[in-house]
Design a protein around this ligand. Structure first.
Ligand SMILES: NC(=O)c1ccc[n+]([C@@H]2O[C@H](COP(=O)([O-])OP(=O)(O)OC[C@H]3O[C@@H](n4cnc5c(N)ncnc54)[C@H](O)[C@@H]3O)[C@@H](O)[C@H]2O)c1
Length: 268
């Protein structure tokens, strides 16, 4: 970006930058991949399923962007470290890390096994910790960077059967603040987005259940789930130079869910 580029371009263009998006073959991650490509970044498209990763890479290519396919099981810390190293090596740099991948197993607390606990926290918390740890020295050496985590409305509003997922996401929201404080001196800004209810494969079981879907529509002031692309605005704000002075923050994108409800409008 040249010094005489327009103010808007200096604030929001990602020309010459490289972003790694984990879980980029999923609902929200693939929307991010296309948007970041359109903003000018080279996009590291991480996933596990080759066909789905290639599909996202094709979507990036269709908007004239450059995608680098990357594979890793984030349940392994060694693979998390390997993913960061490979992304950096294949893209030539690493400016933005979006920790988007996550998993869930919905069960009442009484039925949660040690395996469930290790499995969910391993991906939803431990992977994020070690991916960020591995990205930090690379970003520091480049003079700065941005890290964005994706948490969940469950950190504020408890729902039964989502205990381990909720505590994992709560841990990430707290980690966001410590990373922001520790890495501020390295010009690395760390923030998170807390989505409400988004229409994706992860949330499909909720929207496919008429009782749950109706309960939600009655309680979301905007009366609908978000589409994945409706998270892009918050993500770009927190990872472009436009957000350089924002760090350690959480932006909630929930259609008004946490703001409150209406007595008059309950029941569809
Ligand atoms: N969909 C919603 O309503 C909603 C609400 C709140 C938060 N979120 C969060 O948004 C983010 C994206 O969710 P989504 O709805 O697009 O989900 P999704 O299931 O479509 O995508 C999640 C991605 O994570 C990847 N992943 C899971 N386990 C992995 C592992 N072990 N190794 C590598 N990759 C793995 C999956 O392959 C998938 O690509 C997640 O962090 C999720 O917790 C979603």
């Amino acid at each position: 970006m040249t010094a005489n580029a327009s103010l808007f371009a200096r604030l929001f263009s990602l020309e010459g930058k490289a972003v790694l998006i984990t879980g980029a073959s999923g609902g929200i991650g693939s929307a991010f991949a296309v948007a970041y490509a359109e903003a000018g970044a080279v996009v590291g498209v991480h996933g596990r399923d080759q066909q789905r990763v290639e599909q996202t890479c094709a979507e990036v290519a269709a908007v004239g962007g450059k995608a680098v396919p990357l594979y890793a099981d984030l349940g392994s810390v060694a693979e998390c470290r390997g993913l960061i190293a490979e992304a950096h090596q294949k893209m030539g740099r690493l400016d933005i890390l979006i920790n988007n991948a996550a998993t869930n197993r919905r069960k009442p607390i009484a039925d949660v096994t040690e395996d469930d606990y290790e499995f969910i926290t391993g991906i939803d918390t431990r992977a994020i910790f070690f991916l960020s740890q591995a990205a930090h020295p690379l970003m520091k050496a480049q003079g700065g960077g941005k890290i964005l985590h994706i948490t969940s409305i469950n950190i504020f509003f408890a729902l039964d059967t989502v205990s381990v997922y909720g505590l994992s996401k709560g841990a990430v929201a707290q980690l966001t603040k410590v990373q922001a404080v520790e890495w501020a001196g390295d010009n690395i800004q760390v923030n998170c987005i807390t989505p409400g209810f988004i229409r994706t494969p992860l949330s499909k079981p909720i929207w496919d259940d008429p009782k749950k879907a109706s309960w939600l529509r009655n309680r979301i002031p905007l009366r609908r789930p978000a589409e994945p692309e409706e998270l892009v605005g918050a993500a770009l704000l927190l990872t472009t130079p436009g957000g350089n002075y924002i760090t350690g923050q959480n932006i909630v994108v929930d259609g008004g869910f946490l703001a409150g409800g209406s007595w008059a409008r309950d029941e569809e």
